[in-house]
Design a binder for this molecule. Structure first.
Ligand code: SF4
Length: 469
């Protein structure tokens, strides 16, 4: 049971009261064996939400379709973080009108954090009357009930205003290959001035540690050796419920039989404690990689972004991390063209990239999100200048990536084999503990195993190796 008394449900727009999900999983036989297809947008959290949606649909008797054209139910799991997300989703949903006209039995649903923005959800629902159901991020567990109503010919619109307690026990269909994602918490309290996430995912709600560890142990029993712990800010895990901190959760996960690799994301720099750095270093199964978004190298812009740290603080963290573990690779997120970003601010970001030597960076041009404070800040940067800055920054990061890749030439490392190249089955790929991708020739039967690989050369974003005999 979640122990936060402040969390409670608000049924803003709901066609029926909450019922026991398990009860709704018993669909009529005639409703079975239909096929579903999920179109998933956005981040790792959303990809994992899609796995839960798939698990719920399969519990209802649905089977996964190979493609959208052969599906009886198409569900768009949307994300509102990326630029032009709304345009893309509306376009893709609208494109289904002809098919729905030809086959009225096709069921179309739209969910995810974009639908948690009630005005957007309402706009979509009224603009596309052929959409059968819409629900926000906090209503996923209601999917079986919604579907039951839809199958009886009712349109459904279910967007809760506030998240409610953490719902445990939802089935999940693992679709992300050899690595399994596990949510440790939901929501975010940070309100970075450019970010919509706290408004659509709600405030931080940590899962009970026992539930997380049970889930990891069950995954290990099913053969998963690598887990990825997910949260918008895993470093503040436990604070909302007065439970164990993330460093301790990592320790406990590390001790679970069968788990060989633990990754986690995302880490907010302001909450990266010394205890966590110590745990990361001491625990043998925690990978030599940390994704630590910096967003900007300028103190002034970091303050405008409401990030809660300075350039010097961030660089201090990097120093501690590299001292604690000289093998660690760091990746980051960077936004260019934030409102008011001067050339000097931007140059500070470039110099920080050079100083840290990130292994990789996810880079974005700032684009305003309605409802965030940065959207109405003065000094919005012209698109052409943002683009120019992004191109220069990407070129610099590319050089840094190649520089970090070059360190691996002539070394031997352990790769968890993730798959075969689409065009050449005999070319395998997988990651080192430090998150570097390695390509090497090998038998497809090695997918899912750990292999020792000798690194011979590099490509722009990956390493090239051969099995170490
Ligand atoms: S930490 Fe900031 S950027 Fe990350 S989800 Fe929270 S508000 Fe958004």
């Amino acid at each position: 049971m979640h122990n936060d008394k402040n969390l409670h449900r608000t049924y803003e727009t709901t066609l029926y009261a909450q019922a026991d999900t398990a009860q709704a999983l018993h669909m009529e036989p005639s409703e079975r064996a239909a096929r579903y297809y999920i179109v998933s947008y956005g981040c790792q959290m959303n990809a994992h939400d899609s796995e839960k949606i798939a698990g719920l649909l399969e519990s209802c008797g649905y089977q996964q379709a190979d493609n959208q054209d052969s599906a009886h139910l198409i569900l768009f799991n949307t994300c509102c973080v990326r630029e032009h997300a709304e345009k893309r989703v509306f376009g893709n949903v609208g494109a289904l009108k002809k098919r729905k006209d030809e086959d009225p039995s096709l069921i179309i649903g739209v969910c995810g954090c974009m639908m948690q923005q009630k005005d957007v959800a309402e706009r979509l629902f009224s603009r596309f009357p052929f959409v059968d159901f819409v629900f926000g991020t906090h209503s996923m567990h209601q999917l079986p009930q919604m579907l039951r109503h839809v199958l009886r010919g009712e349109r459904q619109f279910l967007v809760f205003e506030s998240p409610g307690e953490v719902i445990e026990g939802l089935p999940s269909k693992r679709m992300q290959g050899v690595s399994a994602s596990v949510n440790v918490m939901y929501g975010c309290n940070n309100y970075c001035s450019y970010c919509i996430v706290p408004y659509v995912r709600g405030r931080e709600r940590s899962r009970e540690s026992g539930m997380i560890l049970d889930e990891i142990a069950a995954l290990a029993k099913r053969g998963y050796t690598e887990i990825q712990l997910l949260g918008q800010n895993v470093n503040s895990y436990g604070k909302d419920r007065g439970g164990i901190p993330f460093a301790q959760l990592l320790q406990m996960a590390n001790d679970i039989d069968g788990i060989r690799r633990i990754r986690f994301m995302t880490s907010h720099p302001k909450d990266l404690s010394d205890a966590l750095i110590e745990s990361m270093t001491a625990l043998p199964h925690v990978c030599d990689h940390l994704h630590l978004p910096v967003q900007s190298g300028s103190d002034r812009i970091q303050a405008l972004m409401n990030r809660g740290y300075t350039r010097a603080y961030y660089l201090g963290l990097v120093e501690k991390l590299k001292k604690a573990n000289p093998h660690i690779e760091l990746t980051t997120d960077i936004i260019v063209g934030f409102p008011g970003e001067t050339d000097e601010d931007y140059r500070q970001t470039l110099s920080l990239i050079e100083e840290v030597e990130f292994s990789a960076a996810f880079t974005f041009m700032y684009s305003p999100r309605a409802g965030t404070s940065a959207a109405s800040m003065p000094g919005q940067i012209p698109a052409a200048l943002k683009k120019e800055r992004l191109l220069e920054l990407n070129a610099l990061q590319q050089r840094q990536t190649q520089k970090t890749n070059a360190h691996y030439i002539g070394t031997i490392g352990e790769v968890l084999v993730e798959g075969c190249d689409q065009r050449r089955e005999s070319l395998l790929y997988g990651k080192l503990s430090c998150f570097k991708m390695v390509y090497f020739p090998g038998d497809p039967s090695l997918v899912g195993t750990y292999q020792t690989v000798y690194i011979k050369s590099t490509k722009s974003n990956s390493l090239v190796g051969e099995l170490d005999k």
